[in-house]
Ligand binder design. Structure first.
Ligand code: HC1
Length: 567
């Protein structure tokens, strides 16, 4: 152990601890900007300067030494931090009022906290073009402060290695290699870089204008679906605690925005389970089938396997994601049922995910004869629309979704958190295979934020081995095992984002592990309180099969609900 003094407090910490972490352990707050524990510890921004034995050091990269004397709050330290931030602002576009991150920008908060009121330097400005090539993500290099957090998350958490420093000196930007457009590289569009970015240099493509226009068009019948993970996160945009379940208020807000029908992605999450469960059973009974089967509902994950493991694509379930199953049905089953011309339908989805914007535009997603999902909004974009409309979200009454595509079970809602698809699938597959009720439907082994989770379920003598990974770096570990022939699993769930969709790239700022855990608790609560908790028991799904699809994996299902991805 190392003994040191911080601001007069004697403390003891383990050797190797940084000054920043030592201070945090003593309850002393040092401001940071580029720092992410164990992910980006590069001392780039110098905002965390302190005096160590009389010398100015960046606390995030300075290890403690025996007898060290640290001062975090001297005039020289405060002055140095101010100068660092003033210099950063001096060449930053002063567009705070119109910036995506206005009010949620870490640089703005730092300037406020450090009492910066004027910038004594006039720095050179850059006027580089924005990269708008991706259907999901916009990069504005002019706002980049070179903290390298996006690069670190893309490399170390997602292991996609898409972003990196280009050029030198003042011309340095963080961009794909050779400054190629994002759409031309192996970007999975997961949007984790957006959460890492402390300013407005990376953000989702804004599709709110498209949706406002559709809502204002009397010829259009505008329908909306909301994803599982939105309901436990959007409340944060209105001051509620992370994890607060606000499903009824979201439905009410959507009606007040003018949507003609308010439906729920959880309905098709239940449907996905019925289709995917049957697909799994079919594969288990076929000695020539490709196993393990891997879930296919996370579009960032699909893009990752297409780029990095194309030879393993046959492992993917052929099921489309719930978003896309919904899209296909809302322009076929639904208009047939209610007698509307499908050409009039404009289908919107509210997703926690930026990659869903890309998924909706994939050529595979037109099986209704139209683009199945016309516009995808993130949780943040919906919150912006609600604010723009002046809706008092917190005081809205709880309303119900419309039938039939708004009815869901507890299993459907679990999709929004890592392990949830697996838990939902096991609940259904167990009953279909064994013909018996599962003794305990809660598969606790696949809950929680551990990167890779495993479980074994006894299907009446047949042991089914499953694994769950979230975050693409964890997915890569499982893919390497499969590639080496060392994975003895039957079924694997993979979600691109850490925590699953609750941690999606379109979720409110900030998103961290504590907040992910709170949002997951909200979904488990939703599941627990549902009278029906198994997807195959969803009466609206049963009706859909009776009236339209006829049977799982049948002809219509194959036409509308399944697809094959290619390299
Ligand atoms: Fe997801 Fe899914 S769980 S992918 O994270 O399978 O976005 O919430 O909507 O489609 O249901 C996202 C969430 C979401 C789909 C479902």
């Amino acid at each position: 152990m190392i003994n040191l003094t911080i601001d007069g407090q004697q403390i003891q910490v383990k050797a190797g601890t940084t000054v920043l972490e030592a201070a945090r352990s003593a309850g002393i707050k040092i401001p940071t900007l580029c720092y992410m524990k164990e992910i980006n510890e590069i001392g780039a921004c110098r905002v965390c300067v302190v005096e160590a034995n009389g010398r100015m050091v960046a606390s995030c990269v300075t290890p403690v030494t025996e007898g060290m004397e640290i001062k975090t709050n001297t005039p020289a330290v405060r002055e140095a931090r101010k100068t660092v931030v003033e210099l950063m602002i001096s060449d930053h576009p002063m567009e705070c009022l119109t910036c995506e991150r206005n009010g949620k920008c870490e640089l703005q908060t730092l300037a406020e906290n450090l009492g910066i009121r004027e910038i004594p330097y006039e720095g050179a400005r850059r006027d580089l073009p924005k990269d708008t090539s991706s259907p999901s993500i916009v990069r504005d290099p002019n706002k980049c402060i070179l903290c390298r957090k996006c690069e670190a998350v893309c490399a170390k958490i997602q292991e996609a290695h898409v972003l990196g420093g280009q050029n030198r000196g003042f011309n340095t930007i963080v961009a794909p290699a050779f400054s190629l457009p994002l759409n031309d590289v192996a970007c999975t569009m997961c949007g984790q870089c957006i959460h890492a970015c402390p300013v407005g240099a990376i953000y989702e493509k804004d599709d709110t204008a498209k949706v406002w226009e559709a809502l204002g068009d009397p010829e259009k019948h505008v329908v909306v679906q909301i994803a599982p993970a939105v309901r436990v996160a959007i409340g944060e945009e209105f001051g509620l605690e992370p994890g607060t379940l606000v499903t009824g208020k979201v439905y009410a807000a959507l009606r007040r925005l003018g949507f003609d029908k308010v439906f729920d992605t959880n309905f098709t999450a239940d449907l996905t389970i019925v289709e995917e469960g049957h697909e799994l059973i079919e594969r288990l009974n076929d000695p020539d089938a490709t196993l393990p089967m891997i879930t296919s509902c996370s579009p960032g994950w699909i893009k990752y396997i297409e780029h990095f493991y194309p030879e393993l694509i046959p492992h993917l379930s052929t099921c489309k994601s719930p978003q896309q199953m919904f899209g296909a049905l809302v322009k076929t089953y639904y208009p047939e049922k209610v007698g509307i011309d499908p050409a009039r339908i404009f289908s919107v989805s509210i997703m926690p995910c930026t990659a869903k914007k890309f998924e909706a535009q994939r050529p595979e997603m037109n099986s209704s004869g139209y683009q199945d999902v016309d516009a995808v909004l993130t949780t943040r974009e919906l919150a912006r629309m609600i604010k723009e409309a002046g809706i008092d979200f917190v005081n809205l009454p709880d309303e119900e979704a419309d039938a039939p595509m708004g009815i869901y079970t507890g299993a459907g809602t679990l999709f929004g958190t890592t392990g949830g698809v697996m838990e939902a699938a096991v609940r259904t597959a167990y009953e279909v295979v064994t013909g018996e009720q599962m003794p305990d439907i809660e598969l606790k082994a696949v809950r929680g934020l551990t990167g890779i989770k495993e479980a074994e379920v006894d299907f009446n003598g047949k042991k089914i081995k499953v694994a769950v990974a979230h975050g693409l770096g964890n997915a890569r570990k499982l893919m390497d095992l499969i590639a080496k022939g060392e994975a003895d699993y039957h079924f694997i769930e993979i979600m691109a984002c850490p925590g699953g969709c609750i941690g999606g790239g379109g979720q409110p700022f900030p998103t961290n592990d504590e907040i992910r855990a709170a949002r997951a608790r909200g979904l488990y609560e939703d599941d627990k309180n549902k009278p029906l908790r198994k997807s195959h028991e969803n009466p609206a799904v049963q009706e859909l099969y009776k009236e339209f699809l006829k049977k799982p994996l049948g002809h219509k299902s194959h036409e509308l609900l399944h697809t094959h991805y290619t390299r």
